[in-house]
Design a binder for this molecule. Structure first.
Ligand code: H79
Length: 717
């Protein structure tokens, strides 16, 4: 039924194209989509029965790859990509022609159609100007390969809709330019020759295709008759051409965030491209779950094989999750001749180490010039990175994330039984401490000179490596440590619990290693191998200090961790003769940017309220309110109070300031705790508002209730 409908749609479409005056002028079969592109010379007929986009797409048997793939199958599909660690992004298309500049503004690049609000009818004038006579696929692939990049992701189509290959379903492609050479074909052939994996960036958003919706807000192009489903068919027909004709290893979608794209379409597109090539890898921008520029998605809910942080590196990586940071060398993706803000070689190489140490890939961008060459600055950086990779690539390819949460002097990666230390800051005393390293290394050497062993010894705090006076590399020196087994590391011991407590708490202690024992003391002395063994969270009932030390074979390893605990003394209840529900308030008017000293001020109004209530104010800005009364503690125990306010606020219980949330700010939540005896306790809330947003919410948590707003029946005056 669906197939039949598709055919009907296509027939209708063909008829409409044939009867249009533009089509009538043409004497050859028209690619079905492109009524507003320049004329293209007639191509020889390849087949007597031209296949329409809908027929091409309908011929694909789509299977569900989301439910059926086992973790083993996923791992084997991702293997080459995980080992590669480093790839080249290439943003190239018509936008290279204006080189980032439009009517004197120089801040544009691949988004120029939108950022300079250029009508499509004007933008297509770049087509006859695109003639990259110096394009040399062999040279491009060689530059990537020499830089140590294992794959190339190039824009088959960016948001402007222009196609870098000879597409059968549009005239808005490279064959319409004076260049008339299939760029993707030449690059694919070279990649195959040189052993680099070819991958395509393909934009879902398309500012050129008449059926793509929505239109830009400023555009005059009519959306009448546009059919987004027909656009999807067009895009799928293109992806079929790309997969069947060029065999890309990754499809890197983008421009998925407009409201016309949906989770359902994302899942369908994912399954469609995998049906065409089951082992293809697809980024998470195929679907709608990428979560902004951080690029992470919930892999259970959304399609996509890896996350795509853009222009950022996740602070601690994304454990259990494949990801790739894409980044520009300067500030633009496409060529911008004015942008000289290139990152230094040191920065780029350290980013490469940083990303690998967090378990991710680095996709580093080049924005080639309209003549077909790379920017000189990019070429120089690629050469510097390549030199570094030649000497240090072992510490990168095929590695997994660091076992250390943090290293003061740099980063680390792991591969099997080898650990690599990436030293950013070469220690002046020529001693490199590897904190928490327990295993003894068999061999230690600089990756750049494996034949020269370095000496290492072990101290309680970890291993110490003796280094030569000068760094082995000006940017990042890599040291390899080979072990018999995967090396074991203990993290700094982490002591949980809260510093102030009442009446008792169970404190968890953790160091991330199962082969060491943690011993502890509560009397201030240093733990030794006779001290009590940590087995379950430690019950703390008194004020004191908890000290923890890890032991291996009865020898202390790592540093002593300690935390001070204080058992609070419950505040005695106050006596109040005949308490009545509610709070007293005093209302002030004036301009402040901090809470004033209310003792010196005269209120503009006063009265009683049921609760902390801002509606007593007489104007929206430049006011302050003080509430006072009593809070009823239903049982003796620890109480936490919270103030969420815009602007400043403060909460006092008894005479103690429990929450200080003072100052000019947007909504900010702060909290503090106090132990209270059962009964009434003086409470005072102070609040001021300068301009803009206004709010003050007061919450509490008692031994028996979760955090919630203080109910009216606990407030008295
Ligand atoms: O191709 C390059 C850029 O042209 C493209 N992605 C890289 C790889 C890019 N498109 N848009 N942007 C970069 C920035 C746009 C960000 C936003 Fe959003 C789009 C902000 C709101 C909509 C990202 C997507 C954050 C939320 C949704």
């Amino acid at each position: 039924m669906k197939r039949f409908m598709n055919i009907v749609l296509v027939l209708l479409f063909i008829v409409s194209v044939l009867v249009s005056p533009a089509a009538a002028m043409r004497n050859r079969p028209k690619k079905p989509d492109a009524p507003i592109t320049p004329e293209k010379p007639a191509a020889p007929e390849v087949s007597a029965t031209p296949v329409t986009p809908a027929e091409a797409v309908a011929s694909v048997m789509v299977k569900d790859y989301l439910k059926s793939e086992t973790p083993e199958q996923f791992n084997s599909r991702m293997q080459w990509w995980r080992e590669a660690r480093f790839g080249m992004f290439i943003h190239w298309g018509l936008y290279a022609v204006p080189a980032g500049e439009w009517k004197g503004e120089t801040r544009h690049a691949e988004w120029i159609l939108t950022t300079a609000q250029i009508p499509v009818s004007e933008y297509i004038k770049f087509v006859p100007q695109f003639n990259p006579v110096n394009f040399d696929a062999a040279a491009w692939v060689k530059m990537a390969k020499d830089a140590g990049m294992k794959y190339i992701v190039i824009t088959s189509k960016h948001h402007d809709g222009f196609c870098l290959w000879d597409s059968k379903v549009t005239d808005y492609d490279i064959m319409a330019t004076p260049f008339k050479r299939d760029i993707l074909r030449e690059l694919t052939d070279e990649c195959n020759k040189q052993g680099v994996k070819m991958c395509f960036y393909h934009s879902i958003m398309d500012w050129h295709h008449p059926d793509y919706l929505p239109r830009r807000g400023w555009e005059k192009r009519s959306a009448e008759g546009a059919d987004f489903q027909r656009y999807i068919t067009y895009m799928k027909a293109q992806l079929k051409e790309l997969i069947e004709g060029y065999n890309p290893h990754v499809l890197w979608f983008d421009g998925e965030w407009e409201k016309t794209w949906s989770h359902e379409e994302g899942v369908k597109l994912y399954n469609y491209v995998r049906s065409l090539k089951p082992d293809i890898i697809v980024n998470n921008r195929v679907d709608t779950g990428r979560g902004g520029m951080a690029g992470v998605h919930d892999a259970k809910k959304y399609a996509g094989d890896f996350g795509t942080p853009e222009q950022e590196i996740p602070a601690t990586g994304i454990p259990g999750y494949d990801w790739e940071t894409c980044m520009t060398m300067n500030r633009h993706w496409g060529w911008n001749k004015h942008d000289k803000n290139f990152k230094s070689n040191e920065d780029l190489i350290q980013k490469l180490s940083d990303i690998a140490s967090k378990g991710g890939n680095f996709l580093l961008n080049i924005g080639p010039k309209p003549d077909g060459t790379f920017p000189e600055e990019s070429i120089r950086s690629l050469e510097a990175i390549g030199k570094w990779m030649d000497a240090n690539g072992d510490g990168l390819y095929g590695t997994t994330a660091s076992k250390f949460p943090k290293l003061s002097w740099g980063r680390s990666t792991t591969k099997g039984n080898t650990m690599y230390l990436h030293v950013f800051d070469w220690p002046k005393n020529q001693k490199l401490t590897v904190p928490g390293l327990l295993s003894e290394a068999q061999k230690v050497y600089l990756a750049s000179s494996p034949e020269k062993p370095l000496t290492i010894h072990y101290e309680n705090i970890g291993a110490v490596i003796d280094l030569p006076a000068k760094p082995a590399d000006p940017y990042v020196s890599v040291i390899a440590l080979e072990f018999k087994r995967p090396p074991e590391i203990i993290r700094e011991i982490e002591i949980g619990g809260t510093a102030k407590f009442y009446p008792a708490q169970d404190v968890p202690v953790e160091c991330g290693s199962k082969t060491v024992q943690i011993r502890y003391t509560l009397d201030g002395t240093a733990p030794d191998n006779q001290s009590p063994l940590y087995q379950k969270p430690i019950r703390i009932e008194e004020t004191g200090i908890l000290k923890c030390q890890a032991f291996k074979n009865n020898r202390p390893v790592g540093a002593v961790a300690e935390k001070q605990f204080m058992r609070l003394v419950p505040l005695p209840a106050a006596y109040l003769n005949a308490p009545k529900p509610g709070l007293n308030y005093k209302y002030y008017e004036g301009k402040w940017n901090m809470l004033p000293n209310f003792e010196t001020l005269t209120p503009a109004a006063a009265g009683t309220v049921k609760n902390f209530d801002l509606s007593v104010k007489k104007r929206p800005e430049h006011i302050a309110i003080v509430y006072s009364g009593y809070f009823k503690a239903n049982e003796t125990g620890l109480y936490t109070f919270y103030l969420d306010s815009d602007d400043g606020s403060r909460l006092l219980v008894g005479d103690n300031c429990i929450v200080n949330n003072d100052g000019l700010h947007a909504p900010t939540l702060k909290s503090g705790s106090i132990a209270l005896e059962k009964g009434l306790h003086k409470i005072r809330g102070e609040f001021f508002q300068a301009t803009g947003g206004i709010m003050m919410d007061v919450y509490y948590q008692s031994p028996k209730t979760e955090k919630k707003q203080i109910p009216d029946n606990l407030l008295f005056k």
